[in-house]
Design a protein around this ligand. Structure first.
Ligand code: PLP
Length: 255
């Protein structure tokens, strides 16, 4: 049985983001994906129309059902939807301290739609930050999590909040020709990568990257190596992304 990543993530019916992105990315990384579903969302490649979150009890029951059954090495979280679900995940991780954990601090969809109440989610994420092997915020999420606008101050604040390693994704910064990501471990910059900025908006790029990293961690890579493999893989997947409707976001082609 392949090493398994247990994902706490929501269903996106378009198949671009959420648990489908996780399953496809983790499959491509070489690991196996298991899912504890946090929410059912209503959305397409253009817009989020709403969502219904799983109860804390149902979420934990899903996770507990597979703990003794599958060789789980890593947990990955994406959309959690409610503060109750964030608390449930924190409880689960405290019960299972042997698991690696990749925290993708999802607050809003790339299309701009709400995936939970941002202010309450931000406060609740404080419990997950110290439990994570790696946190993968974009710069909007990094600023929201820390309340700091200056990026260097925001990064240092996240470490002060207990972070162990942080991959800062630069896709939302005003760099028209390129995207720069930076990996920090224990407060120190350990690698920086730059790739050409591809045209358009992508649905599920963050989910795909975090999940591929989680898959590589489950297979035994260290954080820096896992991030390196995932960034190369993601660029190819986005280059081949498909456009369902002209004004919609592109859907990464993960196979
Ligand atoms: N999880 C779910 C269920 C989503 O619907 C979305 C975005 O729509 C995300 C996560 C985050 O997606 P992205 O990787 O585009 O940030």
């Amino acid at each position: 049985m392949r090493p398994t990543v247990l994902c706490f993530s929501g269903l996106d019916p378009s198949g671009g983001a959420g648990l489908q992105a996780d399953i496809e990315a983790i499959g491509q990384s070489g690991a196996h994906a298991a899912i504890a579903c946090t929410a059912l969302t209503i959305q397409n490649s253009q817009q989020v129309f709403g969502f219904s979150a799983t109860s804390k009890e149902l979420l934990l029951a899903q996770a507990h059902a597979v703990v003794k059954d599958l060789p789980i090495k890593c947990v990955k979280s994406g959309m959690l939807g409610t503060t109750d679900n964030i608390a449930a995940l924190a409880e689960f991780l405290q019960e299972q301290p042997q698991y690696l954990y990749v925290l993708d601090p999802v607050l809003v969809a790339n299309s701009g739609g709400s995936l939970g109440d941002q202010d309450t989610l931000v406060k609740a994420f404080a419990a997950l930050i110290p439990l994570a092997t790696l946190i993968t915020p974009n710069t909007i999420e990094l600023r929201a999590l820390t309340g700091e606008q200056d990026l260097q101050r925001a990064i240092q604040k996240l470490f002060a909040m207990g972070a162990q390693a942080v991959l800062v994704k630069g896709g939302h910064e005003a760099t028209p020709d390129f995207i720069r990501n930076a990996l920090y471990v224990q407060g120190e910059l350990v690698s920086e990568t730059q790739c050409p900025r591809l045209d358009g908006e992508y649905h599920g790029s963050g989910c795909s990257l975090a999940s591929y990293i989680a898959g590589r961690l489950a297979l035994g890579d260290d954080v820096k190596t896992a991030v390196h493999h995932a960034e190369i893989w993601l660029f190819g997947v986005l280059q081949h992304a498909e456009t369902p409707v002209p004004n919609g976001q592109k859907i990464p082609k993960r196979f």
